[in-house]
Write a protein that binds this ligand. Structure first.
Ligand code: NDP
Length: 335
């Protein structure tokens, strides 16, 4: 194990992109391999998000550099810094900003990044808990915030979460339930109903209910929704959303298309709110992480989290894209 010392070599997962697909290898690297940045971090934990799954399996062209260290999230301790806001020993978190896409990411014992991409690790959280939350949880909080900014309140009525047993979905269910909402979880894995109920869902429905042919308007069911799935699912959610209700679109686990009509917008005043975590401004991130640290039920967080080592990432990424991962996967980069 190596925490914060100034060793010359470090371990990382490296992806080399070739015409026949990505080649994955755990390598011992020299620190010269790292890219430009004013803060060097001894990484404790990273995590596996859907986008990382796409990158590691080569299912989408996420990685813009080859060879590349993937991992869009990381948490660890500042080893050295030329940035005025950070000093050695500070605990920090990073989500997105193109890290793990264009800039070497979190699947490594060492990272060199720009200080402006970092936020301080919230006091109540360990680096492992911060990565259990990760981009998934931070995005779930951006969705909850977007819905509330648009007027949603617990009294408004039931809120739907699609792709509920996944990372964003599990966190969204827990956060909404924690704020007093009546949450319906939609899942393709009905066997996960007890898990979703333990996170706070009052009802669980099968994902096939939202994959039927889309009507312009269907029976009004939801005051709001967090959609992780896209495609026909999102189109059905929109057509089932109550008059004046709001839906956040943050994911595409079921498809990139949106086979909807304008009927929900022009006849029911439904609002479709887009949510992006990668380039979200710093103030929005700080607000989201403050809320996450204050609200997250650490017992529920633990119940949705599994920890793996770097070597286990390729198999975990394949499982994720096959829809087999429940909740969140933390990566202990020193294991
Ligand atoms: P996960 O793989 O953890 O969760 C996705 C869930 O979607 C699965 O667990 C499954 O839930 C459901 N699902 C998978 N395949 C299908 C399918 N074919 N049809 C319907 N449902 C399906 O991923 P994350 O939670 O990390 O991410 C969810 C989505 O959000 C991804 O598309 C990701 O790219 C996106 N995302 C976007 C962000 C942004 O900034 N906008 C940030 C983070 C994530 P179940 O088994 O319960 O049905």
């Amino acid at each position: 194990m190596r925490h914060g010392n100034a060793a010359d070599n470090f371990r990382a997962l490296v992806v080399t992109t070739t015409e026949s697909g990505p080649g994955l290898e755990v390598r011992q690297l020299d620190r010269d391999f790292l890219m430009e940045g004013d803060v060097t971090i001894a990484v404790d934990h990273s995590t596996l998000n859907y986008k990382d799954g796409l990158a590691l399996t080569g299912r989408a062209p996420i990685l813009r550099v080859s060879p590349m260290i993937p991992g869009v999230d990381l948490a660890g301790t500042v080893e050295s810094s030329q940035h005025p806001d950070y000093a050695p020993g500070d605990k920090v978190v990073l989500n997105g900003w193109g890290v793990g896409e264009r800039h070497h990411g979190g699947y490594a014992q060492l990272a060199r990044v720009r200080g402006e991409w970092l936020i301080p690790l919230p006091d109540r959280l360990s680096t492992r808990q911060a990565m259990a939350i990760g981009t998934a949880g931070y995005t779930a909080m951006l969705c909850v915030t977007a819905l509330e900014r648009d007027g949603l309140q617990p009294e408004s009525g039931p809120v739907l979460v699609t792709g509920a047993a996944g990372g964003v979905g599990s966190l969204a269910v827990a956060l909404l339930a924690g704020r007093g909402y009546t949450v319906t979880a939609s899942t393709g894995r009905m066997e996960e109903s007890p898990y979703l109920q333990a996170l706070g869902a009052s009802a669980v429905i099968g994902r096939e209910e939202l994959q039927t042919p889309v009507k312009p308007l269907a029976k009004e069911r939801w005051a709001g929704a967090v959609d992780c799935v896209g495609g026909t699912t999102l189109a059905n959610v929109l057509s089932q959303t109550r008059y004046g209700g709001s839906v956040t679109a943050c994911g595409l686990a079921g498809g990139m298309d949106l086979p909807a009509t304008v009927a929900p917008f022009i006849l029911r005043g439904v609002h479709l709110l887009g949510v992006d975590s990668v380039m979200a401004p710093r103030q929005a991130r700080l607000r989201a992480w403050r809320s996450l640290a204050a609200e997250i039920d650490l017992g529920k967080l633990e119940s949705m989290t599994r920890t793996i080592a770097i070597d286990e990432l390729p198999a975990a990424a394949a499982d994720m894209l096959a829809g087999k991962v429940r909740g969140r996967i933390v990566v202990d980069v020193n294991a």
